[in-house]
Design a protein around this ligand. Structure first.
Ligand SMILES: NC(=O)c1ccc[n+]([C@@H]2O[C@H](COP(=O)([O-])OP(=O)(O)OC[C@H]3O[C@@H](n4cnc5c(N)ncnc54)[C@H](OP(=O)(O)O)[C@@H]3O)[C@@H](O)[C@H]2O)c1
Length: 244
């Protein structure tokens, strides 16, 4: 198991789902972890308590990440408490599956912004803190169609937001490499907590099963290694061959 003792991480949206699993996986490896929530306070408190119970160190943060001022407040707390931020996992994001003709402009903007802006706000505002140590890892949870210009009329707003996030990932990767910071997108296909669970995953997914949290943890740990410093601006898919 990787040793992340001394490092600090912020996992956005880590009260439940993939974020929760990644926060716990980092803590198990000695990393101090900022557990973050928007509305799921009780669940986030449980994640933080679980980390603390096994001798880890957690910090509880609340915000709606679409608002840059709330992100600034979160980062100020991290700076005061830890004076460093090594790892930023941009996991938070809402998902909307609805036929495009039934989506109002207001709802479209809410979900496209919700897929893009949290990661943009945290990344841009965390850069000064990350640059201090000339080492950083930013991992943006994406979507396997983010690199394909195809129509997806049932998830259009999400698709637009995540595609924008991939463009942002590439741009930031090019600039941040000189500061020792890698920026990558990590996309599950259908994960164990998917809201779109197929009736027959063994036939639907080429690998014969949905991805599990531990598959994503494995990919994250690979990207966090010192030896992965040249791996930046990539779109890594953990989908078992689904839709590649
Ligand atoms: N699960 C999958 O199969 C799958 C597939 C492809 C991509 N992904 C991507 O992987 C990531 C995690 O997915 P998941 O299914 O584990 O998600 P999830 O269970 O729906 O949890 C997402 C979390 O993000 C937080 N969040 C959303 N918008 C936020 C905002 N504006 N500000 C602050 N927090 C916000 C929510 O916080 P609160 O609950 O506190 O409000 C929520 O706990 C997402 O980016 C998703 O798009 C997942």
């Amino acid at each position: 198991m990787e040793d992340l003792t001394g490092k600090t991480a912020w996992v956005t949206g880590s009260a439940r789902g993939i974020g929760r699993a990644l926060a716990i996986a980092l803590a198990q490896r000695g990393c101090r972890v900022a557990v973050h929530f928007r509305r799921s306070q009780t669940q986030a408190q449980k994640v933080a308590a679980r980390i603390d119970a096994v001798g880890g160190e957690s910090l509880l943060l609340q915000s709606d990440l679409v608002d840059p001022d709330q992100v600034r407040d979160n980062l100020e707390t991290i700076r005061k408490e830890w004076r460093r931020l090594d790892i930023l996992i941009n996991n938070a994001g809402d998902y909307l599956r609805r036929p495009i003709e039934r989506v109002t402009p207001e709802v479209f903007h809410r979900y496209s912004r919700g897929a893009l802006e949290p990661a943009v706000n945290t990344s841009l505002l965390a850069l000064p803190l990350m640059r201090k140590r000339h080492w950083g890892r930013i991992i943006n949870l994406g979507y396997i169609f983010a690199d394909r210009l195809v129509g997806n009329p049932n998830v259009a707003a999400y698709h637009v937001g995540k595609t924008g996030l991939l463009a942002f990932t590439y741009s930031l990767a090019r600039r941040a490499a000189k500061w020792g910071i890698t920026v990558n997108m990590l996309s599950p296909g259908m994960n164990e907590n998917t809201v779109n669970r197929p009736r027959n995953p063994e036939e639907f997914v080429p690998a014969g099963r949905l991805s599990k949290h531990r598959d994503l943890e494995n990919a994250v740990m690979f990207l966090l290694r010192d030896e992965s410093e040249m791996i930046t601006g990539t779109h890594m898919k953990v989908s078992g061959g689904l839709w590649v």
